[in-house]
Each structure stands twice: as structure tokens, then as C-alpha cells.
Design a protein around this ligand. Structure first.
Ligand code: PEP
Ligand code: MG
Length: 791
């Protein structure tokens, strides 16, 4: 190891080094020095960041640090427009300024040294930011939790280190630092550069049994490939229970492991789900993942880490394909152990006493301690396994939603943010309770039934046990068996690229609706602002990143990307959204393709993002226009696509949503503009046909997608589309309703796109209905052909 000024290898670090390398870096150093085999790597220290900002000069000769502090001192953080603009300027500057040669040289040398440990010129690494003011809560660094996986080559590493640095200056992080009285000039950032594990097998381990709370037992879950499959719950892993000290394997459950996650063999970047039987061979599906010796090796490693920290740990581990060794990727304390919360006791009851009712928005049972929050600045309060209770969720709350065992909201319907996101994450949710934040208090214990929309007092034993049984039986969200083949395709709706792989693992025939709203809202700033600030490229890249993730997870299955459809009231909520017009009725206002055509710069950015991904070889993308009502809207949108070099029908399939009765009534005229497909947005089609605001609780009882008027419009469109050979689909919430699915199969729809949790049920329903139809037809012929049926 040669001398470095700006680099610290993990071997040189311990938990005392938070000021130099941040929390993540220090923890990795601590583990390394405790003899724990973490994948090797180094930190580009906070010193490097400091040296960079203090030595790099801006145009007028001042140092970057002086320039930043000057901007910050003139920024009123309560003026969100100003805050957005100024922090964007800072981030842009950090990314734009070239890396100082003295730092670049060291990063290059360290990266080569790291690669040489594996006898390679370059290795895949992960680059992560690690903040140095660790006592700041997570929200203070929101947006700064940057992680770049599968980074390869020196230039890429340097680029990502600068991107991590820039993330210190997101509007959100700056705002929280200001509000919490942190001195901006004293918060630095380190970047962790760590070899990626090329996992052959991987999983998680709890050094105390999380089900029984027995501290003498270690529970290990194991499956093939990358750890993501186990962590996301897409596969039922093997489970081994080991007794501490005697190292006796007390229990072994060998699961049927149908899917696994591997690095995308086609692109060499990112990951994909593959079938174990095809990728490794059929005999691997029911093979024990870890040998008995490995089970004990993993367990002993767990005990060692627990001993080091003095508290049971939740650990991610993996065996590397390249060197066959065991690696520890992550270790955190288990926070859900009963002893951890002495002051509050979970009330376990036999009786199911209903305390709240709402809409069942995401199925399943969840139980735990309630945490009531009112905005994203409070998300740190929500710990693993808590029940998140809030008025209405928003994209900034997603990190807390991921940790929650269930979600309850006051507001919203089945197509609200909370409902869509929790379904995708597979977390039970009850929305629209009206009073949850008033009735429930932080520290209460509840059981949530997301299927029936009911919340019970305490931890209801029978319900929770039922859930455990379901889990042991393989869970109900992801299909493990060979998917049924149906003539009517069954697709899935996706709005968060991070769950694309989980959605793909359902075996769905494609994505019938990729919503852009979540991607755009989670970028953290109004998209038009990005463009006005001359940062269109950044916006395009972020969008392309999301689209690419989904297109890759499903390749070669088709993915229909719907262009942005956020109403003005949702845009207004975003930082930089102050200029959004106030509309009397946003549902009837400036949204969908109308808005896209009025603000062509936005549509252009979306098409550029698609073009970028298409050029990378993804020929499975379709473009879908929302809220179309006039033929010229299709024509104009195509012109905009062509203006950025994206050719409808050739580069991408082209289609529209049928959401406005007018579109259904003039379907022939729309088709004549040239369409590959149409998809029913029944959420809107029902609202506009029946004149019922889809978000209005008071009249929700009248809202019915199966109303004869809605079905009549659907029937007409399918009939005309068939005549012209245009594919028909549905992507509204009704596609997840088995009764609706049956009707649609009978009407001859080509595909049904359901929510991830409903794909399995809809596939079964469709298969049954198709067989019934065939049987009916066969019987009819039989009776016609055979005059005398003598029994
Ligand atoms: C619909 O209207 O049915 C639809 C799928 O779009 P959204 O819910 O996003 O309006
Ligand atoms: Mg709609």
C-alpha cells in the first residue's frame, strides 16, 4: 500500500473515523479490522472534498468554497425557488469543474491497486456517498444517499465521486442543515469505492431469531445469485436455524427457488431476474444452497459481528463466484427485537377489535408499532417494521414506506400515491380512513388488513400467524411456478423503476403502463425548472435511467411508457412548482397530452430519454399518450418525437390511452392517425363517463368501472380496433379486478395490465375464462353437429 493523501483503505479505518470518511466508510473499516471479510475498497476522504473546494478556482479567481459560501449566505432557504436555483448552481459547478490532478491521480492509483488485488486492470465497483456529520438524521441527507452500482473504469469512478460530492448540495439537504443549525462550511462528504461482489449465492442472516426473539439462535436465509432476490422477497429462500455455540444446525428448510438475480449478461451492467431452472439447470431449483460447512461458516461470522457490536445484527452476506469466499456486504442492528423497546409494550391479543376502516389499497396483513408523521422531514422516525401513519404519502416518504410493515393514510383512493407505491412494494396498506392521524398515536400497536381495509387494535395473534403461514407457503405476491400461458396477455403496471425486477419476476407479459409521474416527482424539482435552468440533459438522463431499468428488467417483453400526466395540483407540491396555475378543477384541467403539447419542451425531454434508451438496443419500448381526445394531438406528438429523432412505429410502438369518452366515440379517427395500440385508462374513463370525481370519497359509492355506459364504450373501441388490427389493452385499476377481467376476455381484449400483486390472480382468472369460452364454443358446435345426443 503506497502513500496516499486523499485515500484511506478500509484496513486503515475504524468507527472513530466518521469525521474523515463518514458513517458508511467508518463502519466498513470497523468491520474489516474486526477480521470480517467485507469486499475490499477505499474511501476518497472528506479531506479530498475539502481540498478540492478550497483549491479549485472559479472564473473570478475565488476558491470554490468561497464561491459556495457566498451563494449560501445570500440564500433564503425558506424561498424554495431561490434555494432550488442556488443549490442547483452549486451542484452543477462541482460536476463541471475538472477533478484536481493530485486527487485524480490518487483515485486512479487506488482503483488500479484494488483491481490488481484481483489480477485485473479494472473491476466493477460500487461508489457511495458517506456523510461526515453522522448525527444528522437521514432526511438531512436525503438525495445525498447516492449509490452507483457496477461502476467500471477510472473515468467512471472519478465522475461518480464528483456526483457524490455534488449531492451534498441538494436543496433538501441544504434546507435541513440550515434548519438544524449545522454550519454548511463544516459538512464534508467522503465517497466509498468498493469492489462489487459477484455473488454465486447470497442472503441475509439474523443473529437472533426474529420470529421467536431467541438470542441463542441464528437464522440464515439463502438463495442463488445476487442478494436482491432475497432482500426484495421475490424468492422463497432456504432457511437454516443454527444454535449459537454448539453450531448445531437445528432446522433446514430447502425451498423451491424458481428465480434468481444476475448481472445483465446482455448489457454487462445492471441486473436481471432469470429462471434458476434455465440459468443453472433444473436440479438447482430444490438443491440446498449452502453446504452444511458453509451454514456453520456463515453463522459463526454472524456471531463474530454480533459480538463486535454487542447487539444482534441483521446481516447481508454473499459467496463470490470469482474467489469462492464469503463476504459481508452490510450489517445493521436488529431494531425490531422486543427488548429494544422496553418503554412500549406490544399488546398481543386474541381478539380482533376494529378501530379504523378505510379502503384496502394493498393486500396482506401487517402489524407493528404505529409512527405518525406529517411530512418527509420526519421519515427517520419510522424504523424497520413500524406501521407508517400519515395524511397522504409523497415520493419523499418512499424510504420510510420501504421500512414499514404497513401503511395507513387519512386521504386517498385506490389510485393514490400511497396505494400505488405500497402495492408495488408489496406492503399492506389501508387508505382513505379520514381520521387515522387523529385516532392513532405514535407508540400504539395495530394490525392492518390491507385486503379488507381494516385496522385492528393491538397485535392480533390469529391474523399475524396466518400471515406467517402464508409466508412459509411461499408468499402470495410473486409467482414461483411456471406461469400459466394465456392467449390474452397479462401485463403489469409499474411506476417505480426500483421495483421493476420484482414486477418482472411475476412473469407478466410486459408492462402495460409505466407511469412517469413518480420518476419525475422523485427527481425533486419541477421538470420545467430543470429545462429553464439549462439542465435538460440532467433531466433526460434521470428519466432514461428509470426507463432503462424497466426496459432491461422486462426485455424483450414490451414496456409502454406513458408520457407525463400530473395535474397542476400535484405539480404545485413540488419544489419549484410555485408557478403552477391554480385551477378550479385540476382533473378537468391542464394535464395529459394537452399539457404536453402546450409545453413541448417537456415532451421533447421525455422523447429524448426514450431515444437514448432505444439507441442502447432496447427495442421493446412503446409510447402511450394520456388523455387524448383529438386526432391532431396524436399528429402533433408524433411531430415532436420526430423532431428529436424518435420515429414512431419504427423505433417505438405508438399508442394512446382511452380515458375520455370522446376518444372512445371517435376511435376510428384516432386510429387513422396511425396507432399500434390503445389502452383503457378506466380510472379516468369512468370518472369522465359518469361525471364522478375519482378522488371524492362522498360519491365513491357511485363510481363503478363496470357501469354499462363504460362497458359500452370499451366494447365499441375493441370492435373498431380489431377491424384495424390495433392491439387493445387496459391499464386502469379495473384491470386488477377479476370480475372486470372476465368481461374483458369475453369482449376480446388483447391484454390486461394489473398491479404487481394482482398479476397472479388475473392470470388465473383469464386462463379460466378463456377455457370456459373454448368449452362453450365446443359445446355449441357439438350440439349443432350432433342432432341426436342419445345418452
Ligand atoms: C387511468 O386513468 O385509468 C390510468 C391508468 O391513469 P391514471 O390513473 O394515472 O390517471
Ligand atoms: Mg388516467
Amino acid at each position: 500500500m503506497s502513500e496516499y493523501r486523499f485515500i484511506k483503505w478500509f484496513e486503515e479505518l475504524s468507527k472513530k473515523d466518521v469525521p474523515l470518511v463518514g458513517g458508511k466508510g467508518a463502519n466498513l473499516g470497523e468491520l474489516t479490522n474486526a477480521g470480517i471479510p467485507v469486499p475490499p475498497g477505499f474511501c476518497v476522504t472528506a479531506e479530498a472534498y475539502k481540498y478540492f473546494v478550497e483549491n479549485v478556482k472559479v472564473e473570478d479567481g475565488r476558491t470554490l468554497q468561497e464561491w459556495i459560501m457566498d451563494i449560501i449566505s445570500k440564500t433564503n432557504v425558506d424561498d424554495s425557488k431561490q434555494l432550488q436555483e442556488n443549490t442547483a448552481k452549486i451542484r452543477q459547478k462541482i460536476i463541471e469543474l475538472p477533478m484536481l490532478p493530485e486527487i485524480a491521480e490518487e483515485i486512479e492509483r487506488a482503483y488500479k491497486e484494488l483491481s490488481a488485488r484481483f489480477n485485473k486492470d479494472a473491476v466493477y465497483v460500487a461508489v457511495r456517498s458517506s456523510a461526515t456529520a453522522e448525527d444528522l438524521p437521514e432526511a438531512s441527507f436525503a438525495g445525498q444517499q447516492e449509490t452507483y452500482l457496477d461502476v467500471y473504469g477510472v473515468d467512471d469512478v472519478i465522475d461518480k465521486v464528483k456526483k457524490c460530492w455534488a449531492s451534498l448540495w441538494t436543496a433538501r439537504a441544504t434546507f435541513y442543515r440550515a434548519k438544524q443549525g449545522f454550519d454548511h462550511s463544516k459538512v464534508y462528504l467522503s465517497a466509498v469505492v468498493q469492489k462489487m461482489v459477484n455473488s454465486e449465492k447470497s442472503g441475509v442472516m439474523f443473529t437472533a431469531n426474529p420470529v421467536t426473539n431467541d438470542r441463542n439462535e441464528i437464522m440464515i436465509n439463502a438463495s442463488w445469485g445476487l442478494g436482491e432476490a432475497v432482500v426484495s422477497g421475490s424468492v422463497t429462500p432456504d432457511e437454516y436455524i443454527v444454535e449459537k455455540g454448539t453450531w448445531k444446525i437445528k432446522e433446514k428448510f430447502i425451498a423451491k427457488k424458481e428465480v434468481m438475480v444476475v448481472r445483465n449478461p446482455e448489457t454487462g451492467k445492471g441486473t436481471v431476474y432469470v429462471k434458476v431452472a434455465e440459468y443453472l439447470g433444473p436440479e438447482w431449483v430444490e438443491k440446498q444452497v449452502l453446504t452444511d460447512e458453509q451454514i456453520v461458516e456463515v453463522a459463526k461470522m454472524g456471531a463474530k459481528i454480533e459480538e463486535h457490536y454487542g447487539w444482534p445484527q441483521d446481516i447481508e452476506w454473499a459467496y463470490d463466484k470469482d474467489d469462492g469466499k464469503l463476504y459481508i456486504v452490510q450489517s445493521r442492528p436488529i431494531t425490531t427485537l422486543k427488548e429494544a423497546k422496553s418503554e412500549e409494550k406490544a399488546e398481543v391479543t386474541e381478539e380482533a377489535e376494529v378501530i379504523l376502516k378505510g379502503l384496502g389499497a394493498s393486500p396482506g396483513i401487517g402489524a407493528g408499532r404505529v409512527v405518525v408523521i406529517f411530512d418527509a422531514s420526519e421519515i427517520d422516525k419510522v424504523k424497520e417494521g413500524d406501521v407508517l401513519v400519515t395524511t397522504m404519502t409523497n415520493p419523499d416518504m418512499v424510504p420510510a414506506m420501504k421500512r414499514a410493515s404497513a401503511i395507513i393514510t387519512d386521504e386517498g383512493g385506490r389510485t393514490s400515491h400511497a396505494a400505488i407505491v405500497s402495492r408495488e412494494l408489496g406492503i399492506p396498506a389501508v387508505v382513505g380512513t379520514k381520521v387515522a392521524t387523529k385516532v392513532l398515536k405514535t407508540g400504539d400497536y395495530v394490525t392492518v388488513d390491507g385486503t379488507r381495509g381494516v385496522v385492528y387494535k393491538g397485535i392480533v395473534k390469529s391474523l399475524v400467524e396466518k400471515k406467517e403461514e402464508e409466508k412459509a407457503a411461499g408468499g402470495q405476491v410473486v409467482v414461483a411456478g411456471a406461469p400459466l400461458v394465456t392467449a390474452t396477455k397479462v401485463k403489469v403496471n409499474v411506476s417505480m423503476p426500483e421495483v421493476a425486477e420484482r414486477a418482472a419476476a411475476t412473469g407478466a407479459d410486459g408492462v402495460g403502463l409505466l407511469r412517469a409521474e413518480h420518476m419525475i416527482l422523485s427527481i425533486g424539482q419541477h421538470p420545467v425548472k430543470f429545462i429553464k435552468e439549462g439542465r435538460e440533459e440532467e433531466l433526460v438522463e434521470k428519466l432514461a435511467e428509470g426507463i432503462r431499468t424497466v426496459a432491461a428488467a422486462f426485455y424483450p417483453r414490451p414496456v409502454w411508457y406513458r408520457t407525463l400526466d400530473a395535474p397542476t395540483n400535484e405539480f404545485k407540491e413540488m419544489p419549484g412548482g410555485e408557478d403552477e396555475p391554480d385551477e378550479r378543477n385540476p382533473m378537468l384541467g391542464w394535464r395529459g397530452i394537452r399539457r404536453g403539447l402546450d409545453q413541448p419542451e417537456l415532451l421533447r425531454a421525455e422523447f429524448k430519454a426514450i431515444k437514448k434508451v432505444v439507441e442502447e438496443g432496447y427495442d421493446n419500448i412503446g409510447v402511450m399518450l394520456p388523455l387524448v381526445g383529438h386526432p391532431e394531438q396524436i399528429r402533433k406528438a408524433k411531430e415532436i418525437a420526430r423532431s428529436v429523432g424518435l420515429e414512431p412505429h419504427k423505433d417505438v410502438e405508438w399508442g394512446v390511452m382511452i380515458e375520455v369518452p370522446a376518444a372512445a366515440l371517435i376511435i376510428e379517427d384516432l386510429i387513422k392517425e396511425g396507432l399500434d395500440f390503445v389502452s383503457f385508462g378506466t380510472n379516468d374513463l369512468t370518472q369522465y363517463t359518469l361525471a364522478i370525481d375519482r378522488d371524492n370519497d362522498r360519491i365513491a359509492y357511485l363510481y363503478d368501472e363496470k357501469h354499462p355506459a363504460v362497458l359500452k364504450l370499451i366494447k365499441h373501441v375493441i370492435k373498431v380496433a380489431k377491424k384495424y388490427g390495433v392491439e387493445t389493452s387496459i391499464c386502469g385499476q379495473a384491470g386488477s379486478d377479476p370480475k372486470m377481467a372476465k368481461i374483458l376476455v369475453r369482449l376480446g381484449i388483447d391484454s390486461i395490465s394489473a398491479n404487481p400483486d394482482a398479476v397472479e390472480l388475473i392470470r388465473k382468472t383469464v386462463a379460466q375464462e378463456e377455457q370456459k369460452l373454448i368449452l362453450e364454443a365446443a359445446r355449441k358446435r357439438l350440439f349443432e353437429d350432433e342432432d341426436e345426443l342419445d345418452f
